[in-house]
Design a protein around this ligand. Structure first.
Ligand SMILES: Cc1cc2nc3c(=O)[nH]c(=O)nc-3n(C[C@H](O)[C@H](O)[C@H](O)COP(=O)(O)OP(=O)(O)OC[C@H]3O[C@@H](n4cnc5c(N)ncnc54)[C@H](O)[C@@H]3O)c2cc1C
Length: 369
């Protein structure tokens, strides 16, 4: 019976749409149904932190509406349809009262933002930005305001800081870390980015956290752990992402930091696959675009009948801080080695070299990027 059923993909983010594009290169005919909790509009998520630099609002960042995507790709797209469960034994996806039979099911439903538990009565001014609808809400909230406080100094916090300064906003960044992007960059490269962002006018409050957000006039007052207070019209929370695993775990699929899959993107349930921000592929959670594109290419072949394992080449991450161009390819987690650094002001070239002399990763800023 499931032979007649469609391939069902949950999620219309970069993972879902990349996968269906790859499927259609190999197979124009198999019915594909995409299910998404949002409006299904196609957009490039990395561009959300470039809106002011590129002079685009949420509408400007949208690439194609759902009808156009459905027609172009020859698929059915069900929008504002939230998956509430999976029944792997019956090969059924559960959407509230409805059950949708699948031939193969692909979970590409992304990651949730981490939300801090904060005190205060101004929490409605705190925005997390993890999709185009979030970005639209943020831009609407910002209308008329000029001051933005950003919680978190990781890649996303730093990119929004640069972009908002390019839009002439006053920007404060608050984070508990000693330097920016601590999990991504070695200290000399991080210092270079921080110096150039500071030169651009970003004010950093590192080594502390936000304790309270209280209403004050039209905006809010933030109380920091170090006792300082600062004012903002809107607050961005950029403190991390967590792969969505709850529904998969409830259905009995193996989960860890993400939905666990092997290099063929197979979960522990037959005919169920996972990729993108929700997946832990062979032990690795990689919340970036290049890995998901590699997964989409491999999985499309598997779905077309040629079981294929994903292999990742070198996958540099371009940090979108135009005030200090930066590219990084982190060494594998737990790799043995040391950073070797060449530096001239904010131009940094750092190579992570193993005891055998092999370069296992790099970070470059400024003219080296
Ligand atoms: C501001 C920002 C900048 C970034 N910049 C870069 C960059 O420069 N380079 C880079 O490599 N990466 C970058 N990233 C990360 C990259 O964008 C993500 O890794 C990628 O977009 C994830 O795509 P995804 O399709 O896996 O997940 P998502 O885009 O989150 O899509 C998830 C989909 O699943 C749907 N969904 C979720 N739950 C359900 C449910 N229960 N039922 C039905 N549907 C559901 C959602 O509605 C959505 O359609 C950035 C991320 C952000 C936020």
């Amino acid at each position: 019976m499931t032979d007649q059923a469609p391939i069902v993909i949950v999620g219309t983010g970069l993972s879902g749409y990349s996968l269906v594009r790859e499927i259609r290169k190999l197979d124009k005919d198999t019915p594909v149904v995409m299910v998404t909790a949002d409006d299904g509009v196609s957009y490039s998520k990395p561009m959300l932190s470039t809106g002011f630099t590129k002079g685009k609002d949420a509408e400007g960042l949208a690439q194609a509406d759902t009808d156009a995507m459905a027609e172009q790709l020859g698929v059915t797209i069900r929008t504002f349809a939230t998956v509430t469960g999976i029944d792997p034994a019956a090969h059924e996806l559960i959407l509230g009262d409805e059950r949708l039979t699948y031939r193969q099911l692909i979970l590409a439903w992304g990651a949730d933002v981490v939300r801090l538990s904060l005190d205060g009565d101004g929490l409605d001014k705190v925005h997390s930005i993890n999709d185009l609808l979030d970005y639209r809400a943020f831009r609407e909230a910002l209308a008329g305001g000029k001051r933005v406080a950003i919680m978190g100094a990781g890649l996303i916090g730093c990119e929004f800081a640069n972009d908002l300064r390019n839009g002439d906003y006053q920007v404060d960044v608050i984070a508990p870390d000693a330097h920016v992007m601590p999990s991504l960059l070695p200290e000399p490269a991080a210092s270079a980015v921080q110096t150039e962002l500071t030169n651009l006018g970003v004010r950093f409050h590192l080594g502390t956290v936000v304790d309270r957000v209280d209403r004050e006039g039209e905006g809010v007052a933030l109380t920091l752990g170090n006792g300082d207070t600062l004012q903002a019209d809107v607050v961005i929370s950029a403190v991390g992402l967590r792969p969505r695993t709850a529904l998969a775990a409830a259905a009995g699929l193996a989960t860890g930091r993400g939905i666990q899959v092997n290099r063929a993107l197979e979960t522990s349930a037959p005919d169920v696959y996972a990729m993108g921000d929700c997946a832990e592929v062979d032990g690795q959670v990689l919340l970036y675009v290049l890995p998901l594109m590699a997964c989409a290419r491999a999985l499309a072949k598997t779905l077309a009948g040629e079981r294929t394992e994903v292999s990742y080449g070198t996958m540099p991450i371009m940090v979108k801080t135009p005030c200090c161009p930066t590219a990084v390819c982190p060494p594998p987690h737990g790799a043995d080695g040391q950073w070797q650094v060449e530096q001239d002001g904010s131009d940094v070239k750092a190579l992570f070299v193993s005891p055998a002399g092999e370069t296992l990763g790099f970070a470059v800023t400024g003219r080296f990027a």
